[in-house]
Design a protein around this ligand. Sequence first.
Ligand code: 4AD
Ligand code: MG
Length: 467
Amino acid sequence: MHTKIKELLQFGTVGAQVEAKGWIRTKRINKQVMFLTLNDGSCQQSLQIVMSPSELPKELLSQLVTGASVTVSGRLVASQGANQSVELDGHHLTLLGNALDYPLQPKAHSLEFLRTWAHLRFRTNTFGAVFRIRHAISYAIHHFFHERGFFYLHTPIITAADAEGAGELFRVTTLDTPPKHPDGSMDYSADFFHTATNLTVSGQLAAEAAAMGLGAVYTFGPTFRAENSNTTRHLAEFWMVEPEVAFNTLDDTIVLAEALLKFLLDYVLKQCPDELDFLNQRLLSHSHAEEATMTLLERLQFVLEQPFARITYTEAIAILAASNKHGQFVYPITGWGMDLQSEHERYLVEHHFKRPVVVTDYPKAIKAFYMRQNDDGKTVAAMDILFPGVGEIIGGSQREERMDYLTAVMQHIGIQNLNWYLDTRRFGTIPHSGFGLGLDRFVLFVTGMENIRDVIPFPRTPGHVPC
Ligand code: 4AD
Ligand code: MG
């Protein structure tokens, strides 16, 4: 049985006879000695292997290249290198798979280049760090909610609902060409579900129904949006965490969201120090590093320690309008009622407050139909949490629990087929609230990567599906 490299480096005792398996990262060789670095993905570090090349057939030696997979057995010895405690004095080496013409070389490739090799980039230091951190965050999300008595709910992936009412739907059909109604619209009655269905844009509506029986639930799954946004923060398939809590007000849900974000940051800082150190160094070595006022590690620590700023949408518009950047935004500040663009969100966070900002009480016209109308008749009990470098990371609200208000909005926008949802208001309606955290955007923030395509396996974006 082989031992994971992580365990060998952490617990391996000098003198122990062990077997390691992995992929060669680098090879240095002269007449007397050959050094291989072997990585198996279990941790950031690679295991150094020292062997005498004279013991190996020439043909095998030439096949020990970056990307090739091997099994090596030998004895752990104290390492001369500063970065690791032990290395492997190899006695026996078997080639498992050669890697002739392997496209990734032991040098820094650009992230754009690596995106074209999305299936191989898991084998690089940068993506190893990103995906181990993504795992740690996902695990910690379950931990956070489980400890607080929430129940994990698997909401439908295929659904007939458009939870956000934005119409950015991926249609699900088994028909090559659905027949048409006389008015020209598609007739899905002959389709698999006898109605039009799509991939979910959010599990919220189902989570609301569940919260009204289970009290506190969360969904955590893939979410799909056919919005044609070719930006560094949008994916067509992304992962969202959506807690929904009976009897919670908007304030309660803001407190819950801030607690979740800080719990996750604290968890990653404690559990992934090697990955964060590596990403921190990576950013420091970038040419524009001197422009940054904080290192990645300092930024994570800072966000963990600072209370988030809190303002209303109306205050946000006033700050933006008065800012000296007025006139320099690509999307000018046209006044109350406009939607905030990412550049505006980032101005508030990075220049004005210099910490995460919670913006509440948006105009009802720019928010989803299910949000609770405030007494002013113009705004809704919504909240967005804005993060440095990312902009909106969380969107949430108190839900409209009053039947007459909800049906009036739905009628106004023309939302049909949600009778089951209205039953939650018909029978024992209650105040309740929830939010959605974009997992990928949070991983983007934690890792300091700049493009959301670099924090999800096989990123799917408009015009692009890598596998
Ligand atoms: O603000 P959104 O659209 O909110 C909802 O979907 C609500 N149903 C959530 C709720 O109250 N239960 O999306 C929530 C978050 C955003 O703040 C953002 O972080 C992320 O999901 N998000 C995306 N991430 C990547 N790519 C996209 N195309 C995204 N769209 C939203
Ligand atoms: Mg939103």
